[in-house]
Ligand binder design. Sequence first.
Ligand code: NBG
Length: 934
Amino acid sequence: MTENEEIKAEEVKKEEESEKSENSENEEGQIFEKKEEEEEKAKDEKEEKKYTRPALKRRKSLYEGYEEKQEFFRPEYQFNVKDPIKEKMWELMDAYLPRDKLSIQKSIVTHIEYTLARTRFEIDNNYMFQGTALSVRDRLLEQWNDTQMYIRINNPKKVYYLSIEFLLGRLLQNALVNLELEDRYRDALMDFGVKLEEIYESENDPALGNGGLGRLAACYIDSLATLNYPAWGYGIRYEYGIFKQVIENFEQKELPDYWLTKGNPWEIIKLDLQYKVRFYGYCKDEFRNGKKVRVWRGGQEVLAIAHDTAVPGFQTFNCNTLRLWKAYPSEEFNFDEFNRGQHQGALESKDQASYISAVLYPNDSTLSGKELRLKQEYFFSCASIQNIVNRFRRMQLPWSDFPKYNTVQLNDTHPTIALVELLRILIDEQHLGYKEAFDIVVKTFNYTNHTVLPEALEKWGVDIFERLLPRHLELIYLINYYFMEECKRRFGKDWGKISRLSIIEESSPKQIRMANLCVVASSHVNGVAKIHSGLVKTMLFKDFADLWPNKFTNVTNGVTPRRWIHCEFPELSALLTEYNDGKNEWLAELDLLEEIPPKLEKQGKFPEFIEKFKAAKLKAKLRLKEFVKKNCHIDIDENFMFDIMVKRIHEYKRQFMNCLYCIRRYLDIKSMSPGDREKVNKRVTFFGGKAAPGYELAKNVIKLINMVSNTVNNDNDVNKYFKVVFLPDYKVSSAQIIIPAADINEQISTAGTEASGTSCMKFVMTGSLIIGTHDGANIEIADNIGEDHCFFFGKRVHEVERIRKEIANGRRNYVGRRLKECLDAILNNRFGNTKFMHNYINTLIDGGDFYLACHDFYDYMDAQRRVDEEYQKPDIWYKKCVEAVCKMGFFSSDRAIQTYAENIWDIKPLEVPKPSITKSGHFVSTGNLKSLDD
Ligand code: NBG
C-alpha cells in the first residue's frame, strides 16, 4: 500500500468505527433507508418502463431518394380562394428554394450585395458569415411559415416553455445540420475559397444564459422541434448576455458582452407584434353593468416587441419559434417635457424602458433580489401570456377549454408571475369567478425546480411587489387565502406545517415564496434528476407532497446529440454513423447506438473501432491544444491525460477541492526521485467557468487556481508530468472544443447539491469517463453505462446530512497530514501571496466545511489514484469510453421532451406534411386564415 492508501484506509476505518459506535440508531436508519431505496427503485423501474423509453419514430434523411436539383413543392393552405392576384403570388411561392450548389452560391452573394450592401471586392469572413446565415435563414423561414400555418389550421394543443434564459450558442452550424444542408453549403463555399468551419468562427455566441438552466432550455427547444411538437420558447432578448471573462493578474475581470456588434442575422423583429406591459400604478373598484370589477390603472407602460428566431428540428420540416421580447418605450417621447426644452429628461424616460431587457443578471444559483430583475420577470411573462391568450381567443372557445389547448412549463420560478397574470386576465378582464379562473390556471401550468439550494429559491419582499405589481399582490393574497383555508381543514392546528406551506413568509418584511406559489398553482412539479426529484419531494416540498403526492414527478435532464455529439465532435459522429450501417438516424434516436457494441463484439471489430475512436479523440485533443496555445499561451502535450472541470464556479461544485488535489499532485511529484517521476500518469488538469461578479469566494478560487497553475507550469521538475490550465471565458462555443477533448471529467459536487448537471452527459457522450460523487445525473449515468465505467467517491446524501449535523454540534474536521500539507502550502503562500484564501481555509478547518471539501478529500484522492491506474491500461480505458458513449441514449433531450410530453403536457406531435416533387401532388388544405397576427 502507498502512504496515501494507508492513511486513507486508516482514516476511513477510524471514521467508520467511530460512526458505528457513536450511533447504532444510525445503522438502523441506514437499513431503513436501504429498504426504502429498494422500494423506490422498484417503483421507479415501473414508472420508467412506462415513460422513459418512449418509442420514437424512425427517421430518415429528408432528401433520401431525391435528386439534387429536384424541386420541392410546399404544402398549400388556401387552394380555392378566387383571387387572381393572390393566385399569381402563391404560384410564385409554391416551391421551396432550390438547394443545389449553384442556387446556394447565388443566394449567398445576393445577400452580401443586396442585403448587406457590400461590393464584391470587400467580402471578409464576417460578411461571408452574414451572407451565408441569411441564405440559410431564407430556407428556415419557408419551413417556419409553413409550420406556423399548419399549426394554425389544425389547432392542436400547444406547449409554451417560459424561461428567463436561453443559452443558445452559435446557430449557423446547428441550422445547417438540422436542415441537412451542411455538406452542400460546405461544397458551395469551397468554390469561393472559403472554409465553412472558418465561417462558423465568425458568429458571436448569443449567450443569453448563465449556465445549465439556460442551456437546458436551448436543448429542449431543439428537441421540441425535432419531435414535431407545436411549441414556443418565450424569453427575453437581452442586449448584453453573460459577461465576458478575462483573466488579469490571475483574477477574473468582467467585460460587457454586447453580442450584437455584428447584428443578428437570425432574428426577425416583428414590430407589429407588440404588447403593453404595465408597472406600478394603483388598483381600484369600478362598476360595470352594475357589477363590481377590480382595475389596475396608472403607473408606467412599456412595450414588449417580439424578436423571433426560427428553431428547426432535425430531419423534419417542422420549424418552431423562439420568441424573445425586447422592451421599448410605449410613447416615443414625453412631448410635454420635450416641448418645454427638456430634451434630456424626455430621452431618459425613454431609455429607462429599454433598460428592462438590457442585461442578463449574471447570477447562477443565487437570488439577486433587485427590483429590475422582478421587472424583467414580469415583462416577459406578461407579454408571453398576452400572446398565448390572443392565440386562444382567435379560436372563440369557452375559457374552460383553455387548458385543453395550452400547457405552460415554468423553467424554474423566474416566470412564476405568468400564472398570476393569467389569473388577472381571467378575473379582471374576462370576469370569470375566482374558482373557475384558478382552476384554469392550475390545469395550464407546470413547474420545474432546478435547485434545492436555499439561496437560489426566489423570494420577493411584499413591499417591492406592492409598488411594482399591486394587483398581482392582491391576487397572490387571494390564492394564499383559499390555500390556507384548505390547509386548515386538512391539518387542523398544525401551525408549524401551515406556516411552512404558506405562500407568504411571515418575516419582516414579509416575503413571497415564489416556489410555494408555483407548487400551489401548477398541476405538475418536477425535479431534473431522480435523486433531485426525490429531495424535492421529501425535503424541499415535503409538506406539499403530503398534501398532493401525485403532483410531484421526475424528468431527468437531457442534452441534444445534434449539438453535443455531431457538431462538437464531427470525427466521432462520422465514426458512429459508419458503424450504424452508414446511417445517421441515431442522431434522432440515440438509443440506436446501443446496438453497436454487441455487433462489434460479434464481428470481432472492437479493436478496430477503438483504434478509430482513439484517432478521433486525438484530433479533439489537438484542437484543444491549439485553443490553449492561442488563449492561454500555454503549451500542453496531447499525449497527457486530459482531466477537465468546466462549469460555473460555486462552492457546492467544489472546484476548490479539485484545486487542493492539484496541489497534492504537485507536491507529490516535486518530492519524487526523477526515476519515480517517470512512472507518473501524465496529466493536464483544466478548469473553466465564470464566477458571479459579486461572489467573492468563487472569484478567489479562480485566482488561486491561476496562481497554482502558474507555479506548476513553470516548475521544470514537475511540468513534464503535470500541468494546470484555467480556460478563460467558458461558453457554449468553447465548450464544443473543450468537452470532446476530455479523457476524464470532474463531477464532484457535494452529494445532494447538484440538481442534475448536464455537462456530465455531454462528456460521456463524447467519450470521457466521470470522476464524481453520488449526485445529480451522475447516478443515473452510472445506472445506464455501469458503475464500473465511473470513478465514484465521497459521502452520500444521508451521510452528508449527518456529518453536517455533527459539524454544527462542534465536531472539528479531521485534517490528516496529506490534506494539511496542501492547506499549508496555501497558508504559507507557496504559490505567491494567497492571503485572500487564508480565512476561508481556517473556517474550513474550524467546522465551517459545509460542503465537505475536506471531508471528502481522502476519498477523492483515492478515486484519482484509480483513474491514474486505469488510464495506464489503454485497452480497458478506451473500451469503457466507447461502451459508455453507446449507452447514453437515455440522456438525449429527445427522451426528456418525450417524457414531458407524455407525462406532464399531454400533447401530441403535429408533423408538417412532407413536400411533394410534383406540383399537383402536394398537401392542400382550406384553412381558416382570419388573422395572421401570431
Ligand atoms: C441548475 C442546476 C444544474 C442543472 C440545471 C438544469 C440552476 C438554478 N440550476 O444541476 O444547478 O443541471 O439547473 O436543470 O441554475
